[in-house]
Design a protein around this ligand. Sequence first.
Ligand SMILES: Cc1cc2nc3c(=O)[nH]c(=O)nc-3n(C[C@H](O)[C@H](O)[C@H](O)COP(=O)(O)OP(=O)(O)OC[C@H]3O[C@@H](n4cnc5c(N)ncnc54)[C@H](O)[C@@H]3O)c2cc1C
Length: 289
Amino acid sequence: MYVPENLPDLLQYLDSHQIGVHLIANGTDMINRIQRRQVNPKVLVDLTGLSEFRYVRKDAGVIRIGALTTISDLIASSIIDSRYEVFREVARKFGGPSIINMATVGGNICSASSSEDLMPVLLVLDAEVRLRSIHGERTMKVEDFVKGKRTTQLKPNEIVVETMFREIGPEGSCSFDKVGMRNSLIIAFVNSAVYLQLARDMRVAEVRIALNRVSGKIPQRAQMTERKLKGSKLSKQSLADAALTLRNELRLTSDFRVSEEYRTEVACAIFKRTLSRCIQRLVGEQVLV
Ligand SMILES: Cc1cc2nc3c(=O)[nH]c(=O)nc-3n(C[C@H](O)[C@H](O)[C@H](O)COP(=O)(O)OP(=O)(O)OC[C@H]3O[C@@H](n4cnc5c(N)ncnc54)[C@H](O)[C@@H]3O)c2cc1C
């Protein structure tokens, strides 16, 4: 185990020792993978001393979340006010109390597993990640960062330092939900997030829909359904049409947990539920579902 005392030492170490070196934040995912022999690190590099990456900040209309911020830190932040109820929705269904106190935002993004809960939310918020190595920084969309199951754009000498997204304005709203076998310590059958922006006449000015545990085993946007909804006037009918489009767009898979048919039903149901919550938050009425 290498425990760097500061960021320059860490980046120098990563640059000169790239083979067999794995980063570890609070280890809720990594320790499991080591125990299951899915990874076999020669050296673990402990990031937890880098407390400068544990923050939630707002600057010039951008929310910035440091990689070492835990889910508990996130929802305790005064910046994460009622407009960001979506993160409390994530936390309510995220592991259990001990896990939300440990799980870091950076660890969740870098795990790139098909069941991570923050990913669909970051996708619909159009979030970016900032990466740093000894040679400098680069920024990319979260959407581009995850390449496939357990693979990201991260180079062996880089770390994720933060994720950031534009503040949600009064005309926007976001919601998340997931369904699994039980109500806590849930590995989702499907999880989904929706971001919605309404015009004054209740037309959809912007909508982004993301689901995890879908085909390709990485979180993805439902762009056909987004196109169907964008510009439409919200009504029971337009929501039913969108759910039908989603049903056709989804290419879900069966696994030992659940069949493709059931997963599709659940995906459509939680899509309608999250979209309805967004509408309710924006117009204050229980509509549509
Ligand atoms: C019982 C249990 C329940 C769980 N429930 C949920 C759940 O409901 N929802 C959910 O989404 N997840 C869940 N998880 C998974 C896990 O808790 C999360 O993915 C968590 O956010 C990982 O954070 P960590 O700090 O523990 O990451 P670690 O395990 O330390 O690291 C995870 C991966 O990210 C990399 N990494 C970490 N930080 C960085 C960084 N800054 N830069 C580059 N790479 C980095 C590591 O190298 C590793 O590959 C659960 C895990 C357990 C054990």
